[in-house]
Write a protein that binds this ligand. Structure first.
Ligand code: HEC
Ligand code: HEC
Ligand code: HEC
Ligand code: HEC
Length: 401
């Protein structure tokens, strides 16, 4: 009891310091935008209006001159970086084809690219690849089947998962797991099941199985466009006491942007939150913090916020980015420090923030001129590898003296 007065004084001071930290951090990163903020309905319209559908199909419908951009792809990995990389690498073929077909390269601004990506996300990433057969085994081995039935087969303590329509998309799934985790934990300790953990792709496999059995329409489209700004408010309200982003915020839990964290998809993110759920809940109880429950758009907004932090994209190293900027040939025209030369403009240090969407937008607009420049100089089109993007963004976004 005699600690009380100091505690009351310390809490507001910490809160103010945190708020200050978050505000400065927001100013620095305020201009990053996430594809989840795009409007997929407008994206579908643009896919047609900008001529993409002349050559590309989405899950079978559209043109068949170039590859189908919908559904599960041969790449397997469910991130947008891979889409941008592959568009970048194939661009000269694409432009040549456009010339042959007499299709103009329609200009697109960043907002339009974001809408288009939101649409491609829904067409493609909603079906994050997973292995249905492995998912069915996991449903048993992780103990879900003890409490949950699927079409009547299984436990009756929790609801039949096949009957919950719309639960089988990444955002809805993450939200359902988060909201119901405490009740599940209580039931697990009652029946003596220990909290199961999921390794890297296991949550994808499990969701692939759930997707196979759930009946009813998917509802993720109505969650977009998501509002990253509102997501940031939710984060500040519910998470920042314990979690930092880019070093600023609380430290009771891990920094959610700490370097070296491998990129994850949204479904993997749901798995990571699930894994840590009991400890997190304990920490909240210990600190007298009410556990937040999310509804409506809120999880989508929170995801959009994390996405704007590049949480679902590769994190990288500035040094590795600098090296590959030279080794892939970008430095030849843009300068080894991306400071610009007579052959190409400066890219870094101009207060611009690069992520997949920003790169795709810049590339769509300036790529053809860049390509002409490589032809004039007689150098090959500089190709990127999928793993390059994180390092490249780290390098381009780094502060310059
Ligand atoms: C005139 C035909 C044409 C048009 C129009 C066109 N593309 Fe392409 N696109 C291609 C070709 C050809 C390729 C190279 C290889 C392939 O995917 O077939 C390609 C490749 C791509 C890739 C890489 C896909 C992969 O499988 O590697 C993406 C992503 C892409 N285009 C997106 C778009 C978008 C978005 C639009 C509209 C803004 C668009 N394309 C318009 C012909 C076209
Ligand atoms: C010990 C029993 C138990 C186990 C084991 C269990 N659950 Fe649950 N689950 C429940 C209960 C009870 C609820 C309802 C909780 C509530 O009302 O908040 C629930 C709710 C859910 C929901 C939300 C359903 C809705 O209404 O939106 C999902 C999704 C879910 N569980 C998935 C899983 C998965 C995946 C596993 C295996 C990794 C699992 N559960 C293991 C008891 C369990
Ligand atoms: C009371 C403190 C507290 C609050 C509030 C809190 N967390 Fe946590 N969180 C933790 C702790 C502690 C861990 C580490 C648990 C462990 O060691 O298993 C954690 C772990 C995590 C992880 C796993 C991180 C990793 O890299 O392994 C994620 C993701 C996460 N939390 C997200 C959130 C989100 C999103 C919110 C807000 C909606 C939130 N947390 C609110 C304390 C908290
Ligand atoms: C042959 C010279 C050359 C090479 C090699 C080159 N670029 Fe460019 N790049 C240019 C030129 C010229 C422009 C500006 C085109 C314009 O004005 O439309 C440009 C524009 C850009 C832009 C858009 C800039 C803006 O203001 O939005 C980005 C991003 C970019 N390049 C990235 C790269 C990356 C990444 C590489 C390596 C993989 C690379 N470039 C390789 C010449 C080059």
């Amino acid at each position: 009891m005699r600690h009380r007065p100091t505690v009351w004084l310390v809490i507001p001071v910490i809160a103010l310091a945190l708020l200050g930290g978050v505000l400065t951090w927001q100013q620095r990163h305020g201009h990053s935008r996430s594809f989840l903020e795009g409007d997929p309905v407008n994206g579908a319209f643009l896919f047609e209006a900008k001529g993409c559908s002349h050559c590309h199909a989405i899950s079978g419908s559209g043109g068949h001159i170039a590859s189908d951009l919908g559904g599960v792809t041969p790449f397997g990995s469910p991130n947008l970086g891979e889409l941008v990389t592959s568009m970048w690498n194939h661009a000269p073929d694409m432009w040549r084809r456009m010339q042959e077909e007499g299709v103009q390269i329609a200009p697109m601004n960043e907002g339009e690219v974001r809408d288009l990506f939101a649409f491609l996300y829904l067409a493609r990433y909603i079906d994050e690849p997973g292995d249905v057969a492995r998912g069915r085994l996991l449903f048993e081995s992780k103990g879900c089947i003890q409490c949950h039935a699927v079409r009547g087969q299984g436990g009756k303590i929790g609801p039949d998962l096949a009957a919950i329509s719309g639960i089988d998309t990444p955002i809805e799934w993450a939200q359902a797991l988060w909201n119901h985790a405490p009740a599940m934990e209580k039931n697990m300790s009652r029946v003596g099941v220990s909290w199961p953990h999921f390794e890297k792709s296991e949550m994808n496999d499990l969701l692939a199985y759930v997707r196979e059995v759930v009946v009813g329409p998917r509802s993720e489209a109505k969650l977009l466009p998501a509002d990253a700004r509102h997501g940031r408010e939710l984060f500040n309200k519910s998470c920042v006491v314990c979690h930092a982003v880019h070093g600023e915020g609380g430290h009771r839990g891990p920094d959610l942007t700490s370097a070296g964290q491998s990129p994850m998809s949204m479904v993997q993110f749901a798995g990571v939150m699930w894994n840590h759920s009991p400890q997190m809940y304990q920490a909240m109880n210990a600190s007298g913090i009410q556990r937040p429950v999310f509804g409506g758009q809120e999880m989508a907004d929170l995801m959009a916020f994390f996405n704007s932090l590049l949480y679902f994209e590769a994190n990288g190293s500035v040094e590795a980015g600098r090296e590959l900027f030279t080794s892939r040939g970008c430095g030849r025209c843009h300068g080894t420090n991306a400071q610009g030369t007579s052959l190409g403009p400066a890219l870094g240090g101009r207060g611009r923030y690069f992520n997949s969407v920003a790169l795709a937008a810049a590339f769509w607009r300036h790529g053809p001129e860049m390509y002409r420049r490589t032809e004039t100089l007689g150098i090959p089109w500089p190709k990127l590898q999928e793993n390059d993007l994180g390092d490249l963004f780290a390098f381009l976004n780094a502060k310059r003296e």
